[in-house]
Design a protein around this ligand. Structure first.
Ligand code: ASP
Ligand code: MG
Length: 819
């Protein structure tokens, strides 16, 4: 025999009740059933509302009763075409008449006691059970309506009554044992020893089912609802939440306490005591296996993660009582909890540190003001004498519970939990973990609730790790980056268990944001003209409002407006990857701010592409320094254009011709003077100099411009190229004299003893710099360890593809830190 309990949404319309009847019909072919029903969806709420209206003298209660009446008669009309309709209509009418009388009485007396409220709120189950039982009979499945007030005995705490087990068990056995046909029992309602109606608390029909199952020794208790079972987290908050095929009784209790409304927490106990498995099933999807709740053991336990699931309570309030006068004084806690208990304040969470200086409680916001007052009254003497500081109340908080049988005795769970939250900049306001180690509860700001749930969920392998990229800039580098991500994303998912999601794209005018990830093949079409706050600043604002976990801001612009935002981003614990040099080569104060923010932040900041594009220059330099090597000098060529010009020059050919050729081949800026001035090259030297620890400004870099003095003013490009011929002779001569000494010339930079300079330099023909080809970049590190033969990194140092590749690599470095 099994107990089947159907929730309100499974009974919401005539069609759903027919579906329920089909489910029952199917099961009856091979087993006996006892059915328990909730009220039809929304009916309990409507009943409570009508009672409260009546109690305050508002005749609006009548309209609500009409709605309830229409609902039930409407469904009955659809369910029974002629056959049995009259009989059912009469039984519904009788219930509704009684309900009408009771509420009218409340209205006349303007008095709504807990006792009347319990009576009124139970009519929903009486109505639904009559409908279901009559409908089963009409389909030829013999059935009887059973009013649970005849079965379940409780104390007289009307709205939330406690069951008197012994009396209940014997009544159930006596009444249901001899019954003909399938019993359809009203959930939720019960009666006090004197016969007055009580209820088991909101959602209490699950409890009814479990009580019946335990008393009757059912094989299983099936709770039919509108979801496929217990989820590893609320799927509305965690998109990748998944169904848990199996959980233990203890886990079910933990998970149903905080937030997850799948099962009434009290329903677990009778089943547990009688060792009867509970099943959560979806009446809208009966084929789905659902969640099985039983004692762990054997093959039931498929997944062995330490954490089984997460739940949260969206709104809680913390009350904190602290004071030096509490230390070592026995009885404070007892008084605190007793005074709250006397006023029926439900405590969700407790935390007291071993210093005994303070006790923190979480309660629901609805009870917070009352609770604070009660505490202040109870401890008024201690407050007056300053033994207890005033009682502080903190709002807008959420409670997160991390639940799992396997957490116990599994070191590192809380370390991992707090680390994940820390990396995401989530502040933990309070913590509690019981010694059964099954539940770690944390209190965080409400704003961080979803973010916390998602990063915890991923961190404990309940779903794949994700990073959310917000890209700024839509130029060459950004385009290449998007192509590379699109091409490589599946691989990363498969091989690195990492999902790289591009959640935002923006330039100064247009943008698109999508938490689930922008379609990388159609991002341009998806970008919308900006409405809200303007510019990249507005985009950053929106990104912060999203407050997604594992967020990385990717700067592919060349704008100082954006680089000025880095310190603020890092302070908000948002990691940054940038191809934009204007931060690290910006004014010293900005540079300092970035460094300070980087030190304080839990987020990461990477800028490998600032020097030599995708070439590993910054990381190599840092590896050398971090491992204790001493840098003697750095030499290099960090301009593809200037590299090309001098490489050609060494082969013979005149300077001005080569510049022209480079321009025609697209190797230069539209005005080649922008390259020849050396400004961009100088910025890279500045970055390397700062990397070595020197306090340098842009002006400190000695920079030789290859633009002749008389060409620096306003002048068309063509005229400039013409005039450039005047220097051809100089370079030819310099190469010739150098050659006589086994040397040649190159436009190169060097840093030595804190001095950085760039310009035309003599280099030995044997130097790797003299051997460069095309537009290659090079860096030559001479260090204590690499003294005889320096360490050289050489390769293409510009271009969308290689730069984007470097940015991508930085992103993945941060991802492996975050995930
Ligand atoms: N009808 C009651 C409620 O809405 C009991 C239940 O659904 O389990 O709380
Ligand atoms: Mg329910």
């Amino acid at each position: 025999m099994k107990v089947y309990k159907f929730g309100g949404s499974s009974l919401g319309t005539a069609a759903r009740i027919m579906n329920v009847a089909d489910i029952i019909d199917g099961a009856l072919r091979h087993e006996k059933l006892v059915i328990v029903v909730s009220a039809i969806q929304r009916v309990t709420d409507l009943l409570l509302e009508s009672a409260s209206k009546a109690g305050s003298g508002d005749s609006g209660y009548r309209a609500i009763l009409d709605e309830i009446e229409q609902m039930h008669f409407g469904i009955a009309g659809e369910l029974f075409s002629g056959n049995g309709h009259e009989e059912v209509a009469a039984s519904i009418r009788a219930e509704l008449d009684e309900l009408g009388d009771v509420i009218h009485g409340i209205y006349l007396l303007r008095e709504l006691s807990d006792r009347s409220l319990a009576l009124v709120s139970g009519f929903g189950e009486r109505l639904s059970a009559r409908l279901v039982s009559a409908f089963l009979s009409s389909k030829g499945l013999a059935s009887s309506f059973v009013d649970a007030r005849e079965l379940i005995v409780t104390d007289a705490n009307y709205a939330d009554a406690r069951v008197v087990s012994h009396a209940t068990e014997s009544r159930i056995a006596a009444r249901l044992g001899s019954l003909q046909g399938v019993p359809v029992v009203t959930g939720f309602i019960a009666s006090a020893p004197d016969g007055t109606s009580t209820t088991l608390g909101r959602g209490g029909s699950d409890y009814t089912a479990s009580l019946l199952g335990a008393a009757l020794g059912a094989a299983e208790i099936w709770i039919w609802t509108d979801v496929d079972g217990f989820f590893s987290a609320d799927p509305k908050r965690v998109r990748d939440a998944r169904i848990l095929p199996f959980i233990s009784y203890a886990e079910a209790m933990e998970l149903s306490h905080a937030g997850a409304k799948v099962l009434h927490p009290l329903a677990v106990q009778p089943a547990l005591k009688a060792s009867i498995p509970l099943l959560i099933k979806n009446s809208f999807n009966p084929e789905a296996p659902g969640t099985r709740i039983a004692e762990p053991g054997g093959a039931d336990r498929l997944v062995q993660h330490p954490v089984t699931g997460l739940t949260s309570i969206n709104k809680i309030v913390l009350l904190n009582m602290s004071g030096s006068g509490m230390v070592g004084v026995p009885g404070i806690a007892s008084r605190l909890f007793s005074c709250l208990a006397r006023h029926r304040i439900n405590i969700i969470f407790i935390s007291q540190a071993s210093s005994e200086q303070s006790i923190t409680l979480a309660i629901s916001p609805a009870q917070s003001t009352k609770a604070k007052k009660i505490m202040e009254e109870e401890f008024c003497r201690e407050i007056a004498s300053r033994q207890v500081d005033s009682i502080a109340l903190r709002k807008n908080l959420a409670l997160i519970a991390v639940v799992g049988n396997n957490m116990s005795g599994h070191p590192g769970v809380s370390a991992q939990l707090f680390e994940t939250l820390g990396k995401n900049g989530i502040n933990v306001v309070a913590v509690a973990q019981g010694a059964n180690e099954m539940n770690i509860s944390l209190v965080v700001d409400s704003h961080d609730e979803d973010k916390s749930l998602n990063c915890i969920h991923e961190s404990f392998f309940l779903s794949q790790g994700k990073v959310h990229l917000f890209i700024a800039g839509t130029g060459n580098i950004a385009r290449s980056l998007l192509r590379q991500i699109a091409a490589h994303r599946q691989n990363l998912r498969r091989e690195n268990d990492l999902d790289v999601i591009v959640s935002g794209m923006a330039n100064t005018r247009r943008m698109v944001i999508d938490d689930r990830g922008i379609d990388l093949d159609n991002w341009e079409e998806a970008m919308q003209e900006r409405t809200g706050p303007a510019g990249i600043m507005g985009y950053i604002q929106l990104m912060k409002e999203r407050n997604l976990h594992n967020t990385i801001f990717v700067d592919c612009t060349a704008s100082s407006d954006v680089s000025e935002m880095y310190p603020a981003l890092l302070c908000d614990n948002i990691s940054v990857v940038t191809a934009n040099k204007l931060g690290m080569a910006g004014p010293w104060p900005l540079y300092r701010q970035i460094r300070d923010a980087q030190r304080k932040s839990n987020a990461r900041f990477l800028y490998e592409t600032n020097v030599g594009a995708g070439l590993p220059i910054i990381s190599t330099l840092n590896d050398l320094r971090n491992s204790g090597d001493k840098i003697i000098s750095i030499e290099g060529v960090f301009s593809g254009t200037l590299s090309f010009i001098f490489n050609e020059l060494r082969k013979g050919g005149s300077f001005s011709d080569i510049v022209r050729k480079a321009k025609d081949a697209g190797y230069t800026e539209p005005d080649p003077r922008d390259d020849l001035s050396g400004a961009d090259f100088a910025r890279k030297m500045l970055i390397l100099g700062r990397e070595l620890g020197f306090t340098l400004e842009y002006g400190d870099i000695e920079c030789e411009s290859l633009v002749p003095e008389d060409c620096r003013g306003e002048m068309p490009v063509a005229a400039f190229l013409e005039k450039l011929q005047s220097v051809d002779g100089r370079y030819a001569a310099e190469i010739e004299t150098a050659a006589a000494e086994g040397m040649t010339i190159a436009y190169a930079g060097s840093i030595c003893d804190g001095k950085a300079s760039i310009g035309v330099k003599r280099v030995p023909l044997s130097s790797p710099i003299a051997g460069l080809n095309g537009s290659e970049n090079i860096v030559v590190f001479t260090t204590e360890r690499y003294r005889v033969t320096p360490l050289v990194v050489r390769g293409p140092g510009a271009g969308g593809e290689v730069t984007a590749g470097g940015v991508f690599a930085d992103i993945l470095r941060i991802a492996s830190y975050l995930v």
